[in-house]
Each structure stands twice: as structure tokens, then as C-alpha cells.
Design a protein around this ligand. Structure first.
Ligand code: NAP
Length: 470
């Protein structure tokens, strides 16, 4: 790949700053691009542009049209988008193609929300004081949205912020992850190509602290939508008291496998623990298996994990690629080596330095692979004797994003759905499942919001009450 230079996007202009940040392939270490490095000044300039366009609102039909056009452009340029994701994030092409297709869906559903954004009629004459009056609410854009996105879904998680913001009528200042700014710039340019006027989408890449502080400190930013680690996310929420701060954070994703789990459960969990080397917030991490199912489950899981192909993410056959940095790889290996459990497969690196998919049986509860978010190609399996115990262990984490139960018994599944303390529970489906129109988000340390265009648009608007004396 020939390295290319990319400017920031501020107020419709390509902005260079004189300083450059390199974007490297997580697989080969090769420089694939340079991006102009911005800071607080560029963020403030972007905020000025966003504040200006708030005075020239776009009608709903125009916002919906632009969102639909972007969906079409993403469909047309699907291969290019997938290759970009794969190159900068080191995501295997197979998974990158799925992400690129999902972004089409995110834009399509955001267009629907732009068209149906409306308030409610309030039945005022239901009380004597309201006789002769009519009331309704308007749903108005909240104002400027500050968006901060992570490296692991560099296209679709940016889409989950900027598409609903446009549907809601809010201009955006986006700060994408430094490791993966190219997909974000690609998407912003597609919005321009679709006819979005200057100032509505601004992309400032660069030093996280100063750009983040500019978004937190500026009163014109009414909402910050953040996806990433809890440490950064909750820190922003603490500092930005007067803003809505919407957080999508990590998980230590559990799955409970009962004795009557459907055939194929082990293979399904194997695939969903290791795609993108476990660097998904809902990658399967902790599997709790009922005693009666243990032998069969483990004897199916281990060969399914060994069969995964580890290697170059640009290779169409690769299932598991690199971690985003060598530092992250070393951290995960350290956690594996210190675990008290038995390594059933993996636990080391393959020829090209990539961690081989790792299964650890019977970890100690306080092993970091069990109680922290691994965010790497590691899954643990723990034998349990009852559903009570499995639910208790699954809940024994500060996280609460998504969890799964596998059983043929409806009552068991419904009980787990009620008692698992997570934002979403999947039944006979991997907890890694996400469709873009569903409400997706965590409880406890995993966050405080739901994404999915219908839910995000509600967060990005506020209701104004209008009372008419008739
Ligand atoms: P991260 O290190 O927290 O980074 C996320 C974003 O925050 C990046 O753009 C980063 O910029 C920026 N950032 C860092 N320090 C900042 C600061 N002081 N002020 C403002 N912004 C700052 O997270 P990550 O490693 O990219 O992503 C992995 C985490 O995201 C995992 O915990 C994963 O579970 C979580 N995640 C959650 C979801 C979900 O939907 N719940 C989805 C995906 C990922 P730089 O890149 O420049 O440092």
C-alpha cells in the first residue's frame, strides 16, 4: 500500500497543521498513511463552525436524503471501506467486510429516524386545569455533539455517532482514535459528497487530551458521545457536569452453557471469542458450563479454536489477526501466563508474533483474564454445578454490557434474561451479536446509554413543551 497524507476536515476545508501523525499497519508495522495532527486550536475552530451551522438548520427531509445517499455510497464502495478498516485496524478482511456492511445499515436506520422524528400530543384536558388548552412537544436538536470513538470498529462506531447526530439535526465535532482515523475521514467525506454543507461534520485527529478537554470545556457542546475504555469515559463524565455524557464502554462478556444447549454452541462461541482477536467489547470471554455438558463442550470447543486461521488480516482466509499494538499483545500474554487456570490451547505466539487463540480452563476468580476485560484472543471456561451458580459467577464483574444463555428450556432462558445484570441478554445466540437498529448499551461500569439510531436520536434531541390556549 502506498502511504497517503490526509488533512483534518474542519468547516468543509482540508486543514493541515504542519505536524503529522503516522498510521501504521498493526500487522506489519508499515506506515500506511500520515494524518495532520490537530489539537485544541483545531477543535475550537471546528466548534465555531458547528456553532455557526446551528443557525441554519437542515430540514428533516434533507437530512434523511443525505443519510440515504451515504448508505448508497457505502454500498457502492463496500470493498474500499473494508480494505481501509482492515489496513488500519488489522481486522481480518472477513470481519472488516461485515463491519462495512453494517455501516450501510446504520445509515439506513438513521435516515428512518430523521423522517419520523416528532414530539407527542399531551392530553391537557384530561385534568380540569387543562380544559380549553392543547399541548404538544417538539423534538429539537440538543446542539453541538462532541463524538469520541475507539479503534476497534473504526467505521461503524463512528457511523453510530455521526449518523444519528445528523438525523437529530446536530452538527458534530468528531475525534476518532489515533490508531484508526482513516475510516472516520472516509465516512465524513462521503457525507460531504452526499451534499452535507460545510461545518456539519468536522473531524479533528490528534492529541486526545487537548482535543477532549476542548470538547469538555466548551459550553456550546451539549452532548458528548464516547465509546472506549471506562477510565477515559467516566473521567469525561466526571468533568462535564453540565453536558449529557453518553458512554459505551467495555465488558467481560459471559456465556452460560446448559446441559440442553443446542448443538453447535461450542463452535459458535469459538468463532465469537476470537474474531478481530477478541478486540470487540462483546467478544466472548467467560464461558460457564454446566457439569453434565462439560466434557462434550470442551471436547468440541478446543478443536474449533485450533482450527481458526491466524495470520495476515489482508488474507481472505484469516480468522484471527494482530492486536492493535505490541504493548497490548504483551499485556494479554502476561495475563495469560499469570492465570492459575490450565491452558488448553494457545497461550503463546505464532510465527509472525500473533497470539494464538487461547482457552484457559478453571481460572481463579481474581485472575485478570477472569475479572478484567481481556480485549484479546483469550476465553476462559469454568465448570458450574447449577444455574444459580452460573448466574452468580456471570454477574460477578463490574461490567454489564451483554451476556448469553444457551438452553432448550424456555423457563431457564427467561430466568437468565431477568437475572443477568447486563444491558442485553442473547438466548441461544452468541453475546457478540449486534444488529445496528437494536438498543445496544451497558449497565454498571459498562456505560449509561443505548446506541442504535432510534435510541441515539432520542438522546441527541430535547423535548420542548408548547401549550396553546384555544
Ligand atoms: P480508549 O483508549 O479509551 O480510546 C477511545 C477514544 O478516547 C480514542 O479516540 C482516544 O484517543 C480517546 N481518548 C483517550 N484519552 C482521552 C482523553 N483524555 N480525553 C478524550 N478522549 C480521549 O479506548 P480504545 O482502546 O480505543 O477502545 C477499547 C475500549 O473500548 C474497550 O474497553 C472496549 O470494550 C470499548 N468499546 C466499547 C464499545 C461499546 O459499544 N460499548 C464498543 C467498542 C469498544 P486516542 O486514540 O488518540 O488515544
Amino acid at each position: 500500500m502506498i502511504a497517503t497524507d490526509h488533512a483534518l476536515l474542519i468547516d468543509g476545508e482540508r486543514v493541515e497543521t504542519g505536524a503529522w501523525a503516522e498510521v501504521r499497519s498493526p500487522y506489519s508495522g508499515e506506515v500506511i498513511a500520515r494524518v495532520a495532527k490537530g489539537g485544541a486550536d483545531e477543535a475550537r475552530r471546528a466548534l465555531d463552525a458547528a456553532a455557526r451551522v446551528l443557525h441554519a438548520p437542515l430540514p428533516a427531509h434533507e437530512r434523511a436524503r443525505i443519510l440515504d445517499v451515504v448508505a448508497g455510497l457505502l454500498e457502492e464502495r463496500h470493498d474500499e471501506a473494508a480494505r481501509l478498516i482492515s489496513a488500519e485496524a488489522g481486522k481480518p478482511l472477513k470481519a472488516a467486510r461485515v463491519e462495512a456492511q453494517r455501516a450501510v445499515s446504520t445509515y439506513t436506520f438513521a435516515a428512518v429516524e430523521a423522517r419520523r422524528l416528532a414530539g407527542e400530543v399531551v392530553p391537557l384536558d384530561a385534568a380540569p386545569a387543562g380544559e380549553g388548552k392543547l399541548a404538544f412537544t417538539l423534538r429539537l436538536p440538543i446542539g453541538i455533539v462532541g463524538a469520541i470513538s475507539p479503534f476497534n470498529f473504526p467505521l461503524n462506531l463512528v457511523a453510530h455517532k455521526i449518523a444519528p447526530a445528523l438525523a437529530a439535526g446536530c452538527p458534530v465535532v468528531l475525534k476518532p482514535a489515533s490508531a484508526t482515523p482513516l475510516s472516520a475521514l472516509f465516512l465524513a467525506h462521503l457525507e460531504e459528497e452526499a451534499g452535507l454543507p460545510a461545518g456539519w461534520i468536522n473531524v479533528v485527529v490528534g492529541s486526545a487530551g487537548p482535543i477532549g478537554d476542548a470538547l469538555v470545556e466548551d459550553d456550546r457542546v451539549k452532548l458528548i458521545t464516547f465509546t472506549g475504555s471506562g477510565e477515559v469515559g467516566w473521567g469525561i463524565a466526571e468533568r462535564a457536569h453540565r453536558k449529557r455524557v453518553k458512554l459505551e464502554l467495555g465488558n467481560a462478556t459471559p456465556a452460560i452453557v446448559c446441559a440442553d444447549a443446542p448443538p453447535g454452541t461450542a463452535a459458535k462461541l469459538a468463532a465469537n471469542a476470537f474474531s478481530f482477536a477478541g478486540q470487540s467489547c462483546i467478544s466472548v470471554q467467560r464461558i460457564f458450563v454446566m457439569d453434565e455438558a462439560w466434557d462434550t463442550f470442551v471436547s468440541e470447543l478446543v478443536p474449533a479454536v485450533r482450527a481458526l486461521r491466524v495470520g495476515d488480516p489482508a488474507d481472505e482466509d484469516t480468522d484471527v489477526g494482530p492486536m492493535i499494538t505490541s504493548g497490548d499483545r504483551d499485556r494479554v500474554l502476561e495475563w495469560v501466563h499469570e492465570s492459575k487456570g490450565e491452558v488448553l490451547t494457545g497461550g503463546d505466539v505464532a510465527g509472525d508474533g500473533l497470539i494464538r487463540p487461547t482457552v484457559i480452563a478453571g481460572p481463579a476468580p481474581n485472575d485478570r483474564v477472569q475479572c478484567e476485560e481481556v480485549f484479546g484472543p483469550v476465553v476462559t471456561v469454568t465448570r458450574t454445578t447449577s444455574l444459580d451458580e452460573a448466574i452468580e459467577l456471570a454477574n460477578a464483574t463490574r461490567y454489564g454490557l451483554q451476556a448469553a444463555i444457551f438452553s432448550a428450556d424456555l423457563a431457564t432462558c427467561l430466568r437468565a434474561a431477568r437475572e443477568l445484570e447486563f444491558g442485553g441478554v442473547t438466548v441461544n445466540e452468541a453475546p457478540t451479536f449486534r444488529a445496528d437498529q437494536m438498543p445496544y448499551g451497558g449497565v454498571k461500569a459498562s456505560g449509561n446509554t443505548k446506541e442504535g439510531p432510534a435510541w441515539a436520536v432520542r438522546e441527541m434531541t430535547e423535548e420542548r413543551l408548547v401549550v396553546l390556549q384555544t
